[in-house]
Design a protein around this ligand. Structure first.
Ligand code: AMP
Length: 284
């Protein structure tokens, strides 16, 4: 496994791989890797000849400087893990390598980015879309792997890939959870032991909506209310939002019909913001 810091080096390397007809799988991350990330890496390893993982804590997607400063960083530990998972290249550029002098071009995906996470984190998806565009242009992967954990990010990346004509297939991997049901996240390490245990209420609440849906409930407000009530029953949890939206357009849904619906939730435990979601569709 080789660690690469330069854009030019990874670009020339992937150019060579394409000439050799090797399929390139790309997993973008911000490091502090856990089993959620590693499940994407495993899938990439199974599907592609060459696996590239990027580790870049992208400053433009943080609207809170403290959050950016506190974001856990452990390149050596991450690299050791990735070597175990037979990754071929780790792309770990520094900030100047991605955002050079006088950088002024941003990618803004309309309609999908102002609600849900976008409402609480202004500019977040502009940062995500911009860095993913730069990474896709540099690496030009055949497949790029993203986690369902960040459902809105998936919708934004799929839109951007179509709209800008990237020749990259987006592969979405299901949410990996702790034994308690809590969705894995690098933020979980910042919860107290008690908060971490209590945070399992989020997935319990989402599962209740699935049960209600299976039992025939199609009214989105009623499904949202189930989540609200369960989360609010936990004194340490502060619900930011629960939304029932179309999984592709992220538009609010009132009555669920045949299309896939996303139940997305954000909950604060102290200063830590956790997100989770579940997809409801007719086949369930
Ligand atoms: P991040 O490092 O937080 O930007 O995450 C990198 C990728 O890992 C994103 O596509 C995330 O959606 C994905 N990811 C993070 N946590 C999980 C999880 N618990 N299950 C599945 N994918 C995840």
């Amino acid at each position: 496994m080789e660690i690469i810091n330069r854009k030019q080096r990874i670009a020339s390397l992937t150019r060579k791989l394409r000439r050799e007809n090797k399929t390139i799988g790309f997993v973008p991350t911000m490091g502090a890797l856990h089993e959620g990330h590693l499940s994407l890496v495993k899938e990439a390893r199974q599907m592609c000849d060459v696996v590239i993982v990027s580790i870049f804590v992208n400053p433009t997607q943080f609207n809170d400087k403290t959050d950016l400063d506190k974001y856990p960083r452990d390149l050596a530990g991450d690299a050791a893990l990735l070597a175990e998972f037979q990754v071929d290249y780790v792309f770990a550029p520094d900030e100047r390598e991605i955002y050079g002098e006088n950088f002024s071009t941003f990618v803004y995906v309309e309609n999908l980015t102002e609600t849900l996470e976008g409402a609480s984190r202004p500019g977040h998806f502009r940062g995500v879309a911009t860095v993913v565009t730069i990474l896709f242009n540099t690496i030009r992967p055949d497949f790029a792997f993203f986690g369902q954990k960040d459902a809105q990010q998936v919708a934004v990346i799929k839109r951007l890939t179509k709209d800008l004509g990237f020749d990259t297939e987006i592969v979405v991997h299901p949410i990996v959870r702790e034994e308690s049901g809590l969705a894995m996240s690098s933020r979980n390490a910042r919860l107290s032991e008690e908060e971490r245990a209590k945070a399992s209420i989020i997935y319990k609440a989402l599962r209740e909506t699935k049960i209600a849906f299976r039992n025939g409930e199609r009214n989105a407000s009623k499904l949202a209310e189930i989540v609200r009530q369960m989360v609010e029953s936990e004194p340490l949890a502060m619900l930011d939002y629960v939304a029932v939206v179309d999984n592709e357009t992220l538009e609010n849904v009132e009555k669920i019909d045949d299309t896939e619906v996303l139940v997305a939730v954000a909950v604060n435990f102290g200063k830590i913001r956790l997100i989770d979601n579940i997809i409801l569709n007719k086949k369930q």
